[in-house]
Design a protein around this ligand. Structure first.
Ligand SMILES: Nc1ncnc2c1ncn2[C@@H]1O[C@H](COP(=O)(O)OP(=O)(O)OP(=O)(O)O)[C@@H](O)[C@H]1O
Length: 223
């Protein structure tokens, strides 16, 4: 991992539908650190994640991911940079249900050009580390919490500098939520990456090193 911060957002501005959704937003996430972003529905949390992923282009500002401004990258170079440096966990896992957990995780590495033996070895290690039983069971047969831990493993297979999660526990019951949150928030210390989690759930947010609120287009620190 380079010396650059996993994430450094400067002076971000974005207007959509005639509304200034993001206005001078600043955010830095260090290696080994976790940050939770909360905020009312419609405040722009998902839009912010889309901008960090390079899927939405802001009007002004820069988004340095592992030292590179993704706002200035396009097409293949943007996709390559994202694949190499960013892992993403979605609310519903977005896994391939008919594949096994190992196949789901290994696939991400195979698509990245890693050879088969190493892809499967690394996947097995990660799933073990995250407490997911390594069997040939289709991913659709797993519990919601296990599926989300597979999604975390898949996001981590390329050793990204930055791990993003959008409501990663939003579809889970309380017990699974706690288990997945515990797994997720243990990642930065164990792997040195930065973690940014968007959540409505204070019990999840409170596990982060810092909690920020998105209000009137900018992030304010709650603690
Ligand atoms: N392409 C677009 N065109 C028009 N309006 C948009 C567009 N993208 C986002 N918005 C609006 O911007 C606002 C912020 O949306 P966003 O999904 O980022 O909010 P959010 O904080 O993630 O909300 P939630 O917590 O409900 O997921 C919403 O009012 C949404 O309708």
């Amino acid at each position: 991992m380079s010396d650059a911060l996993p994430l450094e957002v400067r002076e971000l501005g974005y207007e959509v539908g005639g509304r200034r959704l993001l206005d001078g937003l600043e955010l830095a996430v260090s290696g080994g650190e976790s940050v939770a972003v909360m905020g009312p529905s419609g405040s722009g949390k998902s839009t912010l994640l889309s901008i960090l992923l390079g899927l939405v282009r802001p009007d002004v500002g820069s988004v340095l991911v592992a030292g590179r401004d993704v706002v200035a990258l396009r097409g293949r170079r943007l996709a390559e940079h994202r694949r190499k440096h960013v892992g993403m966990v979605f609310q519903f896992g977005e896994l391939l249900p008919e594949l096994s957990p190992m196949e789901n995780v290994a696939l991400a590495a195979l698509l990245d050009g890693v050879d088969r033996d190493r892809a499967y070895d690394d996947s097995r290690k990660l799933l073990d580390e995250l407490g997911v039983p390594v069997t040939d069971t289709a991913t659709s047969e797993l519990s919601g919490g296990e599926r989300q831990r597979v999604a975390v493993a898949r996001a981590l297979i390329g050793s990204p500098a930055l791990l993003l999660a959008d409501e990663p526990t939003g579809a889970l019951d309380e017990t699974s939520r706690d288990h997945v949150a515990e797994t997720l928030f243990a990642v930065p210390a164990a792997r040195g990456c930065g973690l940014l989690v968007v959540t409505h759930d204070p019990a999840v947010a409170n596990r982060a090193d810092r909690v920020m609120h998105l209000e009137q287009g900018a992030l304010a620190g709650a603690r």
